[in-house]
Design a protein around this ligand. Structure first.
Ligand code: C2E
Ligand code: CA
Ligand code: CA
Length: 411
């Protein structure tokens, strides 16, 4: 339930200059069964208290606007003094200010549970505090066995040639009708002893070397396109999106290698969409443009991945022949309850649609976000709400269950 802590929290330090706000926050914490509640009037007091306490508080809740030392300086001081206490930022100031401080906090390397706009609500506080025991729960990387950490580039190379690196497929569906439109191929390393290793671990490793990332991408592309051919034969005509690493965009021979794969498998080029991240294109525009334009000339779809994370303007991107805009999950996930995200989302969708691009929202996890995107005129949705990445053999089964849900998700 929304108003229960998943795990006991022993103590909290609330730093706020307003006695009323402080005691309100303390009441909420009490209600949640937190036994030790310390309070400080401002940053200076908080640091003095921390210095005195043998057992540091489990978490700290910090207001931003305070006389003498504001919340931002306090967080910087905590960093300098090497305190690692999970933080919650609570402020009555605007969401954009709170979110820039949360970004700063994360960039400093401090553990941040989240930012809250005052007045505080019990269930929002619970949601944030429940992140404590499971930081980054969405990222399986944290649970990797230490043996995985010991794998080397050589192991990866061997795995690629042994076909242990395979694509999983995540559905992309029409956001109004719920119909399956395509899939995105996402690499998984199926290690014979260690199990499924996620791409967050081995893609950065592959990207250390032109040769490895080239072989990995070709292996994923080849298997995905072969799979597309099988689906076509079974009358499932869907697009398949494949991720390209920025390193590959400047290579002429790489372009030739991927361009010949679809004809080899009798799959029309139009069915394949190459995804490149926004930042990778903008950071080496000169080199990337040639490859992108030639892929487009051949009829492939081209998608801007992780849109919104790369600080580029839509004007810059409009000069590149993209057919699709994929809005990063950080703007999608939770948008229905964060007005600022929703505004960015809506304007990105409108602009892309006006430029003739198809819009994809990734990371949809709830019906509420799904409905919001329908209202904003987004074309395609992708996310755990619809389906997780899965091995090719599971797609037809998924489709059966999904078709039974269509009535619920249709506009
Ligand atoms: P990406 O291209 O942005 O892929 C989307 C990621 O979001 C996938 O993570 C997917 O499983 C995850 N995701 C999808 N829906 C949801 C949702 O509703 N909630 C949450 N929390 N996450 C969701 P995955 O599979 O772990 O891949 C991570 C990244 O690794 C990819 O991000 C991509 O950048 C990279 N990657 C994966 N496969 C390849 C590949 O074959 N080549 C290259 N160059 N990069 C790849
Ligand atoms: Ca992608
Ligand atoms: Ca993405």
């Amino acid at each position: 339930m929304a108003d229960k802590l998943l795990h006991q929290i022993d103590s909290v330090l609330i730093v706020d200059d307003s006695p009323i706000q402080r005691s309100f926050a303390a009441e909420l914490c009490q209600e949640l069964g937190i036994e030790l509640i310390y309070q400080a009037n401002n940053g200076v007091e908080a640091l003095a208290l921390l210095d005195l306490l043998k057992m540091k508080p489990t978490i700290m809740m910090i207001d931003l606007e305070m006389p003498a030392m504001d919340g931002i300086e306090l967080i910087q001081q905590l960093q300098e003094l090497n305190y690692q206490i999970p933080l919650v930022i609570a402020s009555s100031r605007e969401e954009s200010l709170i979110s820039s401080v949360t970004s700063m906090t994360a960039a400093l390397g401090q553990t941040l549970l989240g930012g809250l706009k005052k007045p505080l609500h019990l269930n929002q506080l619970v949601q944030i505090l429940n992140r404590l025991e499971q930081p980054n729960h969405a990222r399986p990387k944290d649970k990797l066995s230490p043996l995985v950490e010991q794998l080397t580039e050589q192991d990866l190379l061997l795995a690629i040639s042994n076909r242990e690196v395979v694509p999983y497929f995540q559905p992309k569906v029409d956001i109004n009708t719920g119909m399956l439109k395509g899939v995105e191929a996402l690499a998984r390393w199926i290690h014979p002893e260690l199990g499924i290793i996620p791409p967050d671990f081995f893609i950065p490793m592959a990207e250390q070397s032109d040769q490895i990332i080239r072989l990995l991408t070709l292996a994923i592309a080849e298997q995905s396109i072969a799979q597309c051919a099988i689906w076509n034969e079974r009358s499932l005509q869907i697009s398949c999106a494949i991720n390209l690493s920025p390193r590959l965009l400047s290579s002429l021979s790489f372009f030739q290698e991927i361009a010949k794969l679809p004809p080899l498998h009798h799959v029309p080029n139009q069915q394949i969409i190459w995804e490149v991240t926004e930042s990778s294109v903008v950071n080496n525009l000169g080199a990337a443009l040639g490859t992108l334009a030639r892929l487009r000339l051949k009829g492939f779809g081209l998608s801007i991945d992780d849109y919104g994370t790369g600080f580029s303007s839509m004007q810059q991107l409009a000069r590149i022949p993209f057919t699709e805009l994929k809005i990063d999950q950080s703007f999608v996930n939770g948008a229905h309850e964060r007005n600022n995200l929703a505004i960015i989302l809506q304007s990105a969708i409108e602009m892309a649609n006006r430029l003739g691009m198809s819009t994809v929202a990734e990371g949809i996890e709830t019906l509420e976000d799904w409905r919001l995107l329908q209202r904003f005129g987004c074309n395609i949705g992708q996310g755990y709400f619809i389906g997780r990445p899965m091995p090719a053999k599971d797609l037809f089964n998924w489709l059966k269950t999904h078709n039974q849900r269509l009535a619920e998700i249709k506009k």
